[in-house]
Structures are given as structure tokens and as C-alpha cells.
Design a protein around this ligand. Sequence first.
Ligand SMILES: [Zn+2]
Ligand SMILES: [Zn+2]
Length: 266
Amino acid sequence: MTLLDTHTHLESFAQRGDLPAALARAAEAGVAEMIAIGTSSEDWPLYRNLAQEYAGRVHYTVGLHPCAVEAGWEKELAQIEGFWGDAGVKPVALGECGLDRFHLPKDDPARAAEIFAWQRAAFNAQLGIARRLACPLVVHSRGAFQECVEMIDESGVAWERVVFHCFTEGVAEMTELMRRGGYGSFTGVLTYKSAENVRAAALAQGLGRFMLETDAPYLTPMPHRGKPNEPAFLRHTAEFAAGVFGVNVTEIAEASTRKARAFFGI
Ligand SMILES: [Zn+2]
Ligand SMILES: [Zn+2]
């Protein structure tokens, strides 16, 4: 069985010197490959190096996370296309990028509005880059689903290349993505008791379009919820998803890995 973690953040593992052990634990759990998702210029070079060092096991993306957008974001964005152009290992997607209302300052509406305007501008600029590169796009949307959809519609980016990662909306939103040809991928949230809408959305999308991710070190699946997440725990989400779809875990692994390979071109 080969599971592919389509969305993980490896920086904290690398900083702790735990990365080789975390990769070994992942391999033991059947998670043979993963995509390290870039969030700012602070992790992009690390992930490119890891993709080189662990060729075929670690892939990477480059993008400016909405929560990393601050004054001067243009300078960050100016570096992005270079990762596709120079001699190093190329990213498999642009992202994660998008809009995040959840982490805006709650006590200062004027400041929140200013930051959200930067987020929109940075997302729009990254949509332009994704269209030029014709590459897959990893979207982070929190409290801003409709706005993200509208901005992608207006951008001219091909929807078949778009995945809304950590999909936690419901069936109506999934239907909107599918109508356009886009995808949602699923984290350990799928295993949470209260996440009935998320399971319904996964079923609405169907096994043939299903993709898995950890978003480690966040969103730890049951039964490890409360501990830091890691790629090995994708196994738990896969086993849980097998129950949701009424198939065995091997079928989940085959379907989700096949879809992830096709989507990201790996
Ligand atoms: Zn995200
Ligand atoms: Zn993420």
C-alpha cells in the first residue's frame, strides 16, 4: 500500500532534527511520498533542498500563505517564478495561497481590513503566476470560500488544476467546486466526531476524486488528536476514510494516490 500525503509542513521536523526519523515512521505506515507545502520565503529553499535530498519521496510547492502576507509581500512574490526557472528541483504546484479571515486581528477592524486587502492582492498575483505557469494550485481558504471561488473564476486559472486543501465546507460548496472541475482534499478533520458535513462532502466528491493530506504538524487525526501531527498519521485518516466510503484501506490508498499523482504530475 502506498499513501501519498499531498499537504504537509516539514519545517518543524527539520528544525528539531527529527526529519529522517519522521520519514522513516511515515514509510513504515505506508506513507511513502509527501508534498512539503511552502508558506513563505522562509521555507521554500528548505523544501527545495529536501526534494533534492529525498528525491521521489519528498516533493514541494512554493507559495505565499495568506497568514504570511504582510507589508512588502510583493518582494516575496517576486521570488516565486524563479523556483520553476532555475536549475534546482522544480515545485509540483503553486501554493499554498488564498484567503484566511480566521487569523485576522479580532480587536482592530481597520487593521484586519488592511491585511485582508493585502491577502486579496497577493492571492490575485499568485493566480496570475499559476495561469502563466499552467501549474497545479493549492488553495487555502478559511472563512472565505465564496471569495476564493470568485477570484479563481476571474483569474482564468484552469479549475481542473485547483485543489482547496483541508476541505471543511459542506456538500453545497463541494458541488460548486465539482461543477467547475476543481477538487477538495481532506485532512484528519475527516475523523472528528463533529465533522459530519466534511464526511458528506467527501462522499459527494466521490472516491475517484478523493485526495488525502495531513497538514502536519496541525489537524492531527483521531486517535492522536491533541498531539502534533506527522505524515505517518495519514494512515489513520486513510483507515477512517475507508469506513466512510465503505471500502478497504488498500482501495482508499490506490484511489487517493492515483488521483494525487495525476493532479500533481508526480
Ligand atoms: Zn492551509
Ligand atoms: Zn498547510
